[in-house]
Design a binder for this molecule. Structure first.
Ligand code: NAP
Length: 311
């Protein structure tokens, strides 16, 4: 089966759904492919307090459900299907799905986002939203006056650690080597901060809950000596990087070394193909900035279609 759409949006986080709301209100009848994590990264956070418009905190999944409903109400079709291939070399673009559907799209918005990398231990997964987080800006506020650990030695880890010192009593940065990967300026700032201590050459053996179902500590292994030590913390922020979801566009769109799309704002180098949100944004990574980029991408797509039609 094959169909032709004015606009296809890949991804259903704040970027994708905002693009859909704008495109739908311009009568483009957008088609959104939800992807493997419907609603995106917000669905793995708890309360959201920094998305404007909500006087009281809203749960991440609830916010995304509302955004999805809003997109559908104004005329978006949301489809649950895996995209197996996107061909940007022909116009309209060709999108193939795992249910053997082929969709042709006059314009495309890539809002596939990025996924936080996890250490990969069982306790980390079990205690997600129960003291384990991958986003200090989202969840730091809930650890006011508490002791927390940040895992990682890159810029993200330093940024998260610095941010957490505003509200937490202490921040322990756990890094697997004895030198930081972070840029000098970020590393210096963190090293000078009296609230931050460093556990060097250390790996996380286990995140402890003391049978409470909530984080109570962290068990570290010194990777040089093998020594095991337990540390009392109530929050663990994993900051070992993000993986942009760009595999579909390998050899089709320019990417940096980490796989993030290289764009000119929301424009990719391919006419009619736009990007929004964490798939290219390594700077802000917020729901509200992603939503803003989704809006911008949709407006660009609308203008693009109008310009083509007037030729
Ligand atoms: P990153 O630079 O790749 O650093 C990831 C860190 O996590 C490294 O220290 C790495 O250790 C550690 N790590 C990776 N896998 C691990 C594992 N399985 N277990 C334990 N530790 C692990 O990622 P990032 O910090 O997210 O930064 C990504 C990009 O965004 C960078 O280019 C960065 O400069 C940029 N960024 C910039 C800013 C800013 O300028 N404000 C803020 C955030 C990010 P090793 O060092 O041993 O490899």
């Amino acid at each position: 089966m094959s169909e032709l759409r004015e606009i296809v949006i890949i991804g259903s986080g704040p970027a994708g759904l905002t693009a859909a709301i704008y495109a739908a209100r311009a009568e483009l009848k957008p088609l959104v492919f939800e992807g493997p994590q419907p609603g995106g990264q917000l669905t793995i956070t708890t309360e959201v307090e920094n998305y404007p418009g909500f006087a009281n905190p809203i749960e991440g999944p609830e916010l995304m459900d509302a955004m999805r409903e809003q997109a559908i109400r104004v005329g978006t079709e949301v489809r649950i299907d895996w995209i197996t291939k996107v061909d940007l070399s022909q116009r309209p673009f060709v999108i193939e799905t795992s249910s053997n559907q082929t969709v042709h799209a006059k314009t495309l918005v890539i809002a596939t986002g990025a996924s936080a990398k996890w250490i990969g231990i069982e306790s980390e997964q079990r205690l997600q939203n129960k003291g384990v987080s991958a986003c200090a800006t989202c969840d730091g506020f809930f650890f006011r006056g508490k002791d927390v650990a940040v895992i990682g030695g890159g810029d993200t880890a330093m940024e998260e650690a610095m941010y957490l010192t505003r509200m937490c009593t202490s921040v322990t940065v756990v890094h697997r080597r004895d030198t930081l990967r972070a840029s000098k300026i970020m590393a210096d700032r963190a090293l000078k901060n009296p609230k931050i201590t460093f556990a060097w050459d250390s790996g996380v053996d286990e995140i402890l809950d003391g049978g409470t179902g909530k984080v109570t500590g962290i068990r570290l292994k010194n990777l040089k000596s093998g020594a095991i030590s337990d540390h009392y913390v109530q929050g663990v922020f994993v900051a070992i990087g993000h993986q942009p979801n760009t595999a579909l566009f390998t050899n089709q769109l320019p990417m940096d070394n980490a796989g993030y799309l290289i764009t000119d704002g929301v424009k990719t180098p391919i006419a009619g193909c736009f990007a929004a949100g964490d798939v290219y944004d390594t700077m802000y990574r917020q729901a509200v900035t992603a939503a803003g980029m989704g809006c911008m991408a949709a407006i660009e797509a609308i203008r693009f279609i109008e310009a083509e039609e007037s030729h």
